[in-house]
Design a protein around this ligand. Sequence first.
Ligand SMILES: [Fe+2]
Length: 153
Amino acid sequence: MMSWTAAMSVGVPELDEDHKKLVGAINALSANAGGADRTTAVRQCLMRLRRYAEFHFAREERVMAACGYPEASGHKEEHTGFIAYVQEVTREFDDDPEDFAAEKAEELLEFLRNWLAHHILIVDMQYRPFAEHNAKARQVAREFKSAEVWWSV
Ligand SMILES: [Fe+2]
C-alpha cells in the first residue's frame, strides 16, 4: 500500500487531490489484483485512469499554462504517453478481460507505481515553484471538476 505524503505536494491543492485519488486507484487495484474480483478491479482501475487523464491532465496543463511554466510541452508529451498506454491496455483488457486480469494486472500496477515515482515525484514537482502561491494557477485549477467527481465512476 502506498500513501500520499506532503513530499508529493505540487503546491496546488486541487492537483494534490487528483494525485491522492491516483494513489487510491493504485491501492485499490493492488489490494484486489490477486483476488476473485480481480477482473472488476482492473475494469474499475482502467475507468479511473481514463477519467484521471481526462480531468487531471487537463487541469494540470491549464495550471502550467497559467503560471507560464516553460517546460510545459515536454511535460504534456508524458501525459500523451500515459493516455496512449491506457488506451492500449484498455484494448487488451476488452479483448479478454478475465485473461488480462489474470496475466497483466501486475504489469499495469508496475506501470502505475513507476508513473508515481517518475512523473509525479520528479516531472510534476518541477512546476511547483511556478505554480505554488500563484493566484491565476489556483483559479484555473478550480475550474475543472473536482477529484471526487472523476473518482466516483
Ligand atoms: Fe503531470
